[in-house]
Write a protein that binds this ligand. Structure first.
Ligand code: GAP
Length: 501
C-alpha cells in the first residue's frame, strides 16, 4: 500500500471517528456512492458554502442568487443536451458483472523484443504505472523470456482500437475476452412525476444546478434590474449515476454544487478577459479559505477535448492524496445554453442592453465547484500529524473562517464552582456569535488535544487568575500552541478579527 493510500485511509477514518462524514445507510451495509455528513461535517459544509456565498454573491455588486428546484420540466434537459449526451463510456466484465468507466480503465501491451506476451489492465490510480510495470516484469519472468521488456505504455480503454480491446484481460478476473466494448451510459437519475408511470411522466434529478440558472435567466433579467456583466449564483444538490463512484466523497452520486453563470457581452477578447478574471478570482478564494497553495494547480483543456459548446475550459486542480484532479471547472460556454433554451422554449431570451441599445444573447463564463470536493480539499489541506511536548498529535489546521467549531471553553478544573460558573457564562456569551464547545472533563492538555483533532482554532481557559485577579483568560492557539492572556473584551475583538473575515 502506498503512503498516499495510507493518508486517504487515515483521513476517511478520522472523518468517521470524529463525526465529519459517514457512509450512507451504514447499518444496512452502506449504499455505494452516497454519504452522510455528521455533526462536525454539517458545520464545515455550511461554513464553506457561507464563505462562497458571502464572497461570490453578497460582497459583489454584479451577482445575484437563485434557488431553483431539483426536478424541472424534462424539456430543459433535452434542450441542454443532457438527455442525448450526458453519458460516460461504460465497460462490463461479463464474468464478474463488474462495471467500469472505460476512460478510467488503463491497459498496455506487454512486449519483449517486439513479441507480445499479452496485455495488462488496471483501474486508474496514482500508482497504476508502477503496478503495470511490476505485472509486466512478472509476465516476462513467467514466460521465461530473456530479451528486453519494452516500455509499458498505459492507455485508456476507450482510446484502444476494437482489436486491441478484445485482447485486454478483465481487471476483475484476468480473463481475456470478458470485457465488453464501451457503451454510452446516461448518468441522469430518472424519476416519475404524478400518478402515472410511463414515458410521459419521466423526469430527472438535476445533474447540475446550472440549467436552473439558464431556465430562470429571463425571470431574473425582468425582475432583477441587472446590467451586463452580471452573474447568477446557485448552491444546491446535484445527482449523477456515476458508473464508478470512488475516492471517498471526491466522486459520489449525490453531491452539492456551487455554480455561477456570469453573463457577458459578446466578443472574442471579451470572454477571454472575463475567463481569466474568474480563474484568478477563484484561485485566490481557495487560498483565502486555507487550501494549501502548493496543492492548487491549473489544467487547460485541449481544444479537441472541449465539450461541443465550450470555447475554453480551465480546471483548477488540487493534489488529493490519490492524485491531482479537478476541483473546479471554469468554462467559457459562449451562448450555447441560452440559444438552446430560446429555441426549445420558443421564448425570446435576448437581453436588451440599455447602453448600446442592442438585443442579443449574452455569452457566459461558468465557474462550477463541488461543495464535497472543496470539503475534501479543506480536510486534506488541514490534516497533519505533528509532535507537541514530545507527544504525537493529530491536528486539523482549519482556517478559522471554515472551522466547524471556533472556540473551546474550559474551566481549569471542574470541582471549583466559581471557575465552572465563569467558564459557562463565557461559553454562553461566545455561543451567541459562534459555534463553540464547552469541556470540563480531563486534564487541560488532553482537552486541548481533543479540540486539535477536530480543528478548533482557539481554546480559552478560565483559571484562578480569572476569578481572583484581573478577569483575564488564557487564549491558546491551535497551530502554534502559544498562549496569551486577554481580557474578555479583547478576547471578543481578537476572535472577531480572526474568524469573521
Ligand atoms: N455545470 C458544469 C458542470 O457541472 P462538471 O465539471 O461536471 O461541470 C462541476 O462539475 C464540479 O462539480 C466539479 O468540478 C466537481 O467539483 C463537482 N462534481 C462533479 N461531479 C461530481 C461528483 N460525481 N461528485 C462530487 N463532485 C462532483
Amino acid at each position: 500500500m502506498t503512503s498516499e493510500n495510507t493518508l486517504i485511509d487515515e483521513i476517511v477514518s478520522l472523518c468517521k471517528r470524529r463525526g465529519f462524514v459517514f457512509q450512507s445507510s451504514e447499518i444496512y451495509g452502506g449504499f455505494n456512492g452516497f454519504f452522510d455528513y455528521g455533526p462536525l461535517g454539517v458545520e464545515l459544509r455550511r461554513n464553506i458554502k457561507d464563505a462562497w456565498w458571502d464572497d461570490m454573491v453578497r460582497r459583489r455588486d454584479d451577482m445575484v442568487g437563485l434557488d431553483s428546484g431539483i426536478i424541472m420540466n424534462p424539456e430543459i434537459w433535452k434542450a441542454s443536451g443532457h438527455v442525448d449526451g450526458f453519458s460516460d463510456p461504460m465497460v462490463d466484465c461479463k464474468d464478474s458483472k463488474m462495471r467500469y468507466r472505460a476512460d478510467q480503465l488503463f491497459a498496455a501491451e506487454i512486449k519483449v523484443d517486439g513479441e507480445s506476451l499479452g496485455w495488462v489492465c488496471l483501474l486508474e490510480s496514482i500508482s497504476m504505472q508502477d503496478e503495470a510495470e511490476k505485472k509486466a516484469e512478472l509476465t516476462k519472468r513467467k514466460a521465461a523470456k530473456q530479451g528486453k521488456l519494452e516500455a509499458v505504455d498505459l492507455r485508456p480503454f476507450d482510446e484502444l482500437t476494437k482489436e486491441e480491446q478484445a485482447q485486454v484481460p478483465s481487471p476483475a478476473t484476468g480473463k481475456v475476452g470478458a470485457l465488453t466494448e464501451p457503451r454510452d451510459f446516461n448518468m441522469m437519475f430518472e424519476t416519475n412525476v404524478g400518478a402515472l408511470r410511463d414515458a410521459s411522466s419521466t423526469a430527472y434529478l438535476r445533474p447540475e444546478t446550472a440549467q436552473g440558472i439558464f431556465a430562470n435567466f429571463k425571470n431574473i433579467v425582468d425582475t432583477g434590474r441587472v446590467k451586463l456583466p452580471f452573474g447568477i449564483a446557485q448552491i444546491g444538490k446535484a445527482f449523477r449515476n456515476e458508473i464508478t463512484p470512488r475516492n471517498f466523497i471526491f466522486r459520489s452520486r449525490e453531491f452539492e454544487q456551487m455554480e455561477i453563470e456570469y453573463f457577458i457581452p459578446q466578443g472574442e477578447d471579451v470572454w477571454q478577459r472575463y475567463h481569466q478574471e474568474w480563474i484568478d478570482t477563484r484561485r485566490s478564494w481557495f487560498n483565502s479559505i486555507g487550501l494549501t497553495p502548493e496543492y492548487l494547480g491549473e489544467e487547460v483543456h485541449p481544444k479537441e477535448k472541449l465539450a461541443h459548446y465550450a470555447k475554453a475550459c480551465t480546471d483548477i486542480t488540487f493534489k488529493f492524496p490519490f492524485g491531482e484532479h479537478e476541483l473546479e471547472g471554469i468554462a467559457a460556454r459562449g451562448n450555447f445554453d441560452l440559444t438552446q433554451h430560446q429555441t426549445h422554449s420558443g421564448k425570446n431570451l435576448e437581453f436588451f442592453d440599455e447602453g448600446t441599445k442592442q438585443k442579443f444573447l449574452p455569452h457566459v463564463i461558468e465557474p462550477s465547484l463541488g461543495v464535497d470536493r472543496t470539503f475534501l480539499a479543506v480536510i486534506c489541506s488541514s490534516y497533519q500529524v505533528d509532535e507537541v511536548e514530545g507527544e504525537k498529535r493529530t491536528v486539523l489546521r482549519f482556517h478559522p473562517r471554515v472551522a466547524p467549531i471556533k472556540v473551546g471553553v474550559f474551566p481549569l478544573v471542574k470541582n471549583k464552582p466559581e471557575l465552572v460558573d465563569r467558564a459557562r457564562k463565557l461559553y454562553l456569551s461566545l455561543q451567541r456569535k459562534w459555534n463553540v464547545i464547552y469541556d470540563q472533563s480531563g486534564a487541560i492538555g488532553r482537552r486541548y488535544r481533543r479540540i486539535d483533532e477536530v480543528g478548533v482554532p482557539f481554546g480559552v481557559t478560565v483559571d484562578f487568575d480569572t476569578i481572583e485577579g484581573d478577569g483575564s483568560v488564557t487564549l491558546r492557539d491551535r497551530d502554534t500552541t502559544n498562549q496569551q492572556r486577554l481580557s474578555e473584551e479583547d478576547l471578543f475583538s481578537y476572535l472577531e478579527e480572526k474568524i469573521n473575515l
